[in-house]
Design a protein around this ligand. Structure first.
Ligand SMILES: *Cc1c(COP(=O)(O)O)cnc(C)c1O
Length: 399
């Protein structure tokens, strides 16, 4: 008989867990969209979004998921026939490249596989070989949510500079913003895209593009720009409705306001990054102790603080996903990009999400549930996983 009668938890990794306060803020009648509170609330979001992104430059909000932000970034900067370089370290760089390709942009791909980060040496070489500077931009993800690798963004910026190449630098922070340290201006990122449903703890449906003046300077000539996706009026509108090219996503804005109150004004972004590192360490420690599961990214310095991809060899991952969801109320992530449904390996990959609104209660609950699943299914596993996880969390306070 199932024990799943209580609050369920989604750890898939995104959408992430929504704070009750965010949902409560959205539970209200529609506001006036022409004047008053909503307009002021909207204006208050931009400085806080820029704090999260660590930028002084521009931000545009879209009523879309992360794919919309991908398209917006391409559409505002590229023309048909332009060339870009995409660094692939999992499923998401590949997806962004496919979208650019479908929009008529030539995409060169450097694929580093599913278990390591993008190698700056290869990027320098590729850019040095591009003697006539035909590559307009280098695209990468910070955290690839499929492999759970974290790319070293400052090192990739340095690679572009070392090659003496003028390419713009685009980073997808959809999984990582608010979880992994990210400093747009200090790290020399020209365009950054993100969504609201992961580290920003708001129900799916809004995305953001941050861009600096170098990126803005190429917008005029970009022939893929269309009125709806144009970031110009969205970032610098003459009248309020231009922020959204139409009706504002009213309730999402209330939700996001509350999420930013929590993230920026109560916890603080530095503390949020530190919390995510601690939560990640607890997950890694537990997986290592179980022994029957394996971390996809071996080097801790290359691991995401938002999601952890886990491998097994005897279908443990698939069985755990099923058991945890149906018997205990914990939904774990499927193995994106590493295995396809129906393949043997499908049941040997899973992802544990630990992004956004996660405290030790929730994380230890998730790890305890996985531990329970292993025992209930009589899967041979090492002991001490929960001890190791709680020691990792205690380490947060012991320095
Ligand atoms: C989730 C995610 C996306 C896609 O976002 P959608 O909202 O599903 O369109 C893109 N890139 C990364 C790194 C992601 O984690």
């Amino acid at each position: 008989m199932s024990l799943n009668f209580g609050r369920e938890q989604l750890s898939i990794p995104g959408p992430s867990v929504m704070p009750d306060r965010v949902m409560a803020a959205m539970h209200r009648p529609s506001p006036n969209i022409y004047e008053g509170e909503l307009i002021e609330l909207t204006h208050s979001l931009f400085p806080d979004l820029k704090t999260v992104a660590q930028t002084k430059h521009n931000a545009a909000i879209y009523i879309s998921n992360g794919h919309g932000a991908w398209e917006a970034a391409i559409s505002n900067t590229c023309s048909r026939g332009d060339t870009i370089l995409v660094l692939v370290t999992g499923r998401f760089g590949q997806g962004w490249a496919e979208m650019a390709d479908q929009m008529g942009v030539n995409t060169k791909i450097l694929d580093f596989g599913m278990d390591t980060d993008a190698d700056p040496v290869a990027v320098v070489q590729m850019l040095k070989d591009d003697v006539d500077h035909s590559i307009k931009a280098v695209f990468t993800v910070q955290t690839d949510t499929a492999s759970s690798v974290q790319n070293n963004i400052p090192n990739l910026r340095k690679a572009i500079d070392d090659a003496g190449h003028p390419a713009l630098f685009f980073v997808d922070c959809i999984a990582s913003l608010g979880c992994d340290r990210f400093e747009m201006d200090a790290w020399g990122v020209d365009v950054m895209v993100t969504g609201c449903q992961k580290g920003l703890m708001t129900p799916a449906g809004m995305s953001f593009v941050f861009f600096n003046d170098k990126a803005e300077a190429v917008r005029e000539a970009a022939d893929l720009k269309t009125p709806y996706w144009d970031w110009g009026p969205r970032a610098n509108p003459e009248v309020y409705y231009q922020h959204f090219c139409g009706t504002a996503p009213t309730h999402h804005l209330y939700g996001l306001r509350e999420a930013l109150n929590i993230l920026v004004h109560e916890e603080g972004i530095e503390a949020a990054w530190a919390r995510h590192l601690t939560m990640s360490r607890a997950v890694w420690a537990a997986v290592e102790a179980w022994g029957c599961l394996e971390l996809n990214i071996k080097d801790p310095a290359k691991r995401s603080q938002a999601v952890t991809t886990v491998l097994s060899s005897n279908d443990e991952c698939g069985r755990l996903r099923h058991w945890c969801e149906h018997q205990a109320g914990l939904t774990l992530g499927i193995g994106l990009g590493l295995a396809e449904p129906g393949q043997k390996s499908w049941d040997n990959v899973m992802r544990i999400g630990h992004m956004g609104h996660v405290n030790p209660v929730m994380l230890m609950g998730a790890l305890g549930t996985i531990d329970t699943g292993l025992k209930a299914m009589q899967v041979p596993h090492g002991s001490g996983a929960l001890d190791a996880a709680s020691a990792a969390i205690a380490g947060h306070f012991l320095g």
